[in-house]
Design a protein around this ligand. Sequence first.
Ligand code: Q9C
Ligand code: ZN
Length: 679
Amino acid sequence: MASGTGLINNEQMMSYNLLWDYPVCSIEIPERLSTSYEKLKYYGLVERCIPLSVREATEEEIMLVHSLDYIEAVKSTASMNIEELKTFSYNYNDVYFHPNSYLCAKMSLGATLQLVDAVMLSRVRNGMALVRPPGHHSQKSEACGFCVFNNVAIAANYAKKTYGTKRILIVDWDVHHGQGTQYTFEEDPSILYFSWHRYEHQQFWPNLKDSDYDVVGKGRGTGFNINIPWNKVGMGNADYLAAFLYVLLPMAYEFNPELILVSAGFDSAIGDPEGEMCATPECFAHLTQLLMPLANGKLCVVLEGGYNLRSLSESVCMTVRALLGDPVPPLVGQMVPCISAIETIQNVRAVHQQYWNFLKYHDSVFSKDSNTKKLNLGIEEGNPESNDASNAEEKKLTMISEVNQDFDEFMDSHMKKVLVLAPPARTALVGCGEKLTKLDQCLQVEEKKITLEEVGILISGGDCAHLKDENLLLSLGKIFPLIDKITKREVRNGVVVSPTLSSGAFAARYSTTVGASKVLLLLLGEADIPTDVKDDEKILVMQIYGKQDVKRQSNYYIPICWKEHNELDGDLLYALFGFILPLAYEHQPELVILTVGSNIGIQAVTLAHLTHLLQVLSEGRILVISQASDLVETLISSLLGDPTSAVRPFVLKQENALVLVKLRQELKQHWKLLQNSIN
Ligand code: Q9C
Ligand code: ZN
């Protein structure tokens, strides 16, 4: 099993810079690399990574995307004087050349390919390459937007050719549209290209119609190009997350990539002069962690843009932390996407609905003015139902101006707030037997004897009939000590086998009494839940099971009653992205409790994905209570952070999808992150 995170950094790629006065290019400076690397050192992250060496890419490799004529032209810049470099640069759009540009571009590509090799040959599980020049704007015969050779696009073709990789996902979270990558793969169904970008109805660079949401690929590649054009500045954590949960992740799971390449530009982060967006550094840890269960963990993150050195370097560190498996800081603040973001997401979903099963079950309405493509009407018209979303937009704009007044001060205090320490131990077990393969990697916690009286005080006025159950008391004797350790931050997560699923509700109640201010309880299967737990707004309960419709009593107790009960793997992950995670992100739990019944029609591997993904919510704090002991091996492996294999078969059943459509309608007034259309 591949483990470890590769890191590529090389001083040589700092050996070019802008030699004349050329304002549009003045932000692409060597310090982008040195500052990022210094910050990684400062946080002790460099020594935890596996250093990978750089090489120069060969001409043959460059030709996987570029023309020979273009390569020859770039090569010729190595011996040019400033005047010649200037003239040459002005042949292209917003790019500069230096006598070392050709060498650095070959290194930048070589570094990317080294990372792909290390991941594909399982020398590391995942990794990050700090490179410049960036790549995603460059095209077959054209440099563009600081980019010379298209590192990520070439890497994708290289993986196909060298390793026979059949499906590759490219996630381009840079704030600019990687049109070079889009053009390279527009007819290629083996590459799923996802890019979000500042667009402002084509007013923002590179001002292309090709960047809009309705450009979906051509020929056999139709449906494999996903553009998320942001039509406002100030997009933040909730907007990015909504794009992942409602668009990218369902498609990516359906696509089932064998490798993921990230065009990781951090000009989409707060404080960047190009992007003018609002996402804070820890958002990139979330994006990274959400991608990690795919492709067996094979994730190569390659630097593109990022021009606010502070924001860039903190974001790079957050990304590397997530790659290393560290707990990701919670996303704080109001998690409400703005109207403009919702409108974009709605249009992307509508235009892709015909290509992806996982987008099939929603109203396929384009936002009202999509035909005229003047999509900025939503706010000005003051849609009365979208007050929170329009407020969210205004708040962001205020935030930008405040933040820019003293950016470093803002960042200092923000990073102090969000930086979290990983508990010394990762996964704890209480009485799970002696025969487990990973026993030695886990912390053993002593169970204790709990009496009826002790539990009785926890549950005020609720019905305690099932407390007579001996099994329950035994289970709680394992669960309570584990919750103590998790809340004291001695261990990050844990597994308990409990014959009765009712223990989940008691576990949730106990956590709030020992100090967790908010808890998410996700129940897979039948279980009694005392009324006082159902009514408690600190505890968000979602229960997935098959019995007859149960009346939902509150916004904090949400039964999801499937209509069909077999092979629920696809349905569960669909529910997770479209429903469970949005609610949970908004709830901001400090602890997640997952109880898993036996014979619930869900494969162990799907549960591994579930436990991985739920950890984005609560700094990795998750307690898994399993009714069946044969799931324990898989659960432990997932909690320890091992890579997960793909969920297959992966289908979504219409009847079950419609259950969620209905719930969304009922609950989106209360849970704002559920809103993914403006109608
Ligand atoms: N306002 C990358 O982020 N346009 N390239 C600059 C100045 C060029 C960005 C205009 C932006 C290129 C990799
Ligand atoms: Zn960029």
